[in-house]
Design a binder for this molecule. Structure first.
Ligand SMILES: [Mg+2]
Length: 428
C-alpha cells in the first residue's frame, strides 16, 4: 500500500521557562516551540517539535504545501520542494554582524535548513511507523543504547519579575555556593556526569570563581563554560589561565571566528562552538583557518535535520574534530529526536547539552522523560517512540494563546529588571 502525505498541522505552544540569565539578557516567563504533525491518507501521523517564533510559524506555513502528495520516504523530494518554496532571506550568518544572537535557530538565513529539519524528523517518524523500526535504525542503527547529557547550570534569579506563576524549585543562583547547590540538585535528580555553566553574565572573576568552586565540589567531573562570545580575547585568555586544568572544553569565549582563532592560538583547551560554525559554509571557513574551533556543538533543528547532522559528524571525523550537541529550551519530542540522532553517530565526543531539566511540563504521552545516570535510553518503539498527549497539546497551545509572547526577546526582558542594560557585546 502506498502512503501519501495529505496534511501538515503546525501548533504553536508555550511553556514555563525559569528566569535564566545569559549574555543577551534573561529568559522570558514563557518559551515558544511549535509541534508538527504530518498526516498521511492512511491516517498515520508523524510528529516533531521545532522553533515557535512568529517568523518560523510563517515559514512553516509557507512550506507546508511542499509535503502534499509525497510519500513519507521521499526525503530528497521534500528537501527540493522546501528549497524551492522557501528562499533564504540572505546568505549571511548573523554571527558576522554586530549583534550576537544566542539562538542561531531564530535566524532567517537558516529557514531552509530549519524547515527541512522540521519536516524530515516527522517523516522519519512516519517511516519508522511504516517499517516498525525506531528512527535510530533508519539512521543506520544504534552505536550506543543510551545517550549521555550534561547538567546545564545557569545564573538565575529566584523568580520572574511580576511573579507570573509559582517560582521554580531551583531558587536564586548567583553566587558560587548557589551554583554548586544547583549542580548538586541536577546531579542528584538526573545523575549527570558532566556540567556546563552558561556564562557571559556576571563579571568574569565571579564566573571563574564559580567554575573553581564547581571543580572543588565535584572533582573529576568534566566541566565546561560558555560565555556566549561575551568576553574579549584578552578576557578569554585571562580566564583560560585562571581555569588551567579545570575545563573539558571552552565554548564560545570570544566573538567571531577571528576572535576564536586568536584565543585558540594562545590557549591549550579545545574550543567548542554553536556560534561560529553553525552551517556547512562556516564549517569550511573554520577548516580554511586551520580549525581553531575543535568541537562543533551541533543542533539538528538548524543544521538541516538528522541526516545532515550525520554528514556533519563525518566531516568532523575527517578533520579530527569533536562533536556534541547544543540545546535551546525544548520539550520531549526534541529531546527524543536528539537521542535517536546521537545514538546513531559513532563520533559523539562529549555528553550533549539539554535545557530539559529546567522545564516542568511536556507534550509527550506519559509525561516527563527520565534520565538514568545522566543518560537517556534510546526508545525501541516504532518511529520516535513517543506520541503526543492531546490534552497536553491543548494546554500548551492555550499557554501560547495567552502568554503574549510571539518572539524571544531576552534583551527586552532584561530591561524590565534594569532599564540601563544595553546588551552590548562583548560586555567584558
Ligand atoms: Mg553555546
Amino acid at each position: 500500500m502506498r502512503h501519501t502525505i495529505r496534511h501538515v498541522r503546525v501548533t504553536p505552544i508555550a511553556f514555563r521557562d525559569p528566569p535564566l540569565l545569559n549574555a543577551a539578557g534573561i529568559h522570558e516567563p514563557w518559551a515558544l516551540r511549535s509541534i508538527i504533525e504530518v498526516e498521511t491518507d492512511s491516517a498515520l501521523i508523524g510528529i516533531n517539535e521545532t522553533y515557535g517564533e512568529q517568523a518560523m510559524l510563517e515559514v512553516l506555513a509557507k512550506a507546508a504545501p511542499a509535503l502534499q502528495g509525497l510519500s513519507p520516504w521521499d526525503l530528497n523530494a521534500m528537501e527540493a520542494r522546501v528549497k524551492a518554496l522557501v528562499q533564504p532571506a540572505g546568505a549571511r550568518s548573523e554571527f558576522l554582524g554586530e549583534q550576537i544572537s544566542l539562538a542561531p535557530g531564530t535566524h532567517v538565513s537558516k529557514n531552509v535548513a530549519k524547515v527541512i529539519s522540521a519536516f524530515e524528523v516527522a517523516m522519519l517518524d512516519l517511516q519508522g511507523q511504516l517499517a516498525n523500526a525506531p528512527v535510530v535504525d533508519l539512521l543506520g542503527g544504534a552505536v550506543r543504547t543510551s545517550v549521555p547529557f550534561s547538567g546545564y547550570l545557569f545564573f538565575k534569579y529566584a523568580e520572574h519579575i511580576g511573579s507570573p506563576y509559582r517560582p521554580d524549585p531551583f531558587g536564586e543562583g548567583l553566587s558560587p555556593e548557589q551554583l554548586v547547590a544547583q549542580a548538586r540538585h541536577m546531579m542528584d535528580h538526573h545523575g549527570f556526569k558532566s556540567l556546563k555553566l552558561k556564562a557571559g553574565v556576571l563579571p568574569p572573576e565571579q564566573e571563574v570563581a564559580t567554575m573553581l568552586a564547581l571543580a572543588q565540589a565535584f572533582p573529576g567531573t568534566p566541566l565546561r563554560i560558555d560565555p556566549n562570545a561575551n568576553w574579549s580575547v584578552a578576557t578569554s585568555l585571562k580566564a583560560a589561565e585562571q581555569l588551567q586544568g579545570v575545563l573539558e572544553y571552552y565554548e564560545d569565549p570570544a566573538p567571531g571566528l577571528e576572535g576564536m582563532a586568536e584565543v585558540a592560538r594562545a590557549c591549550d583547551v579545545p574550543l567548542a562552538t554553536n556560534m561560529v560554525v553553525t552551517d556547512f559554509k562556516e564549517f569550511a571557513q573554520n577548516v580554511q583557518k586551520g580549525c581553531p574551533v575543535r568541537i562543533v556543538l551541533s543542533d539538528h533543528h538548524y543544521w538541516g535535520g538528522l541526516r545532515a547532522t550525520q554528514q556533519l559528524s563525518r566531516l568532523c571525523q575527517t578533520f579530527e574534530m569533536g562533536l556534541s550537541m547544543h540545546s535551546n529550551s525544548h520539550l520531549g519530542i526534541s529531546l527524543i529526536a536528539m537521542t535517536h540522532l546521537a545514538a546513531s553517530v559513532p563520533l559523539l565526543s562529549y555528553a550533549c547539552d539539554t535545557h530539559y531539566p529546567w522545564q516542568d511540563d511536556d507534550i509527550v504521552q506519559g509525561g516527563r522523560l527520565h534520565f538514568e545516570d545522566g543518560s537517556l535510553r534510546v526508545p525501541r518503539g516504532p518511529g520516535l517512540g513517543v506520541r503526543i498527549d492531546p490534552e497536553a497539546l491543548l494546554r500548551l497551545h492555550d499557554n501560547w494563546l495567552h502568554c503574549g509572547i510571539r518572539n524571544r526577546d531576552d534583551l527586552g526582558q532584561m530591561r524590565k529588571y534594569d532599564a540601563t542594560f544595553t546588551g552590548k557585546q562583548p560586555r567584558y
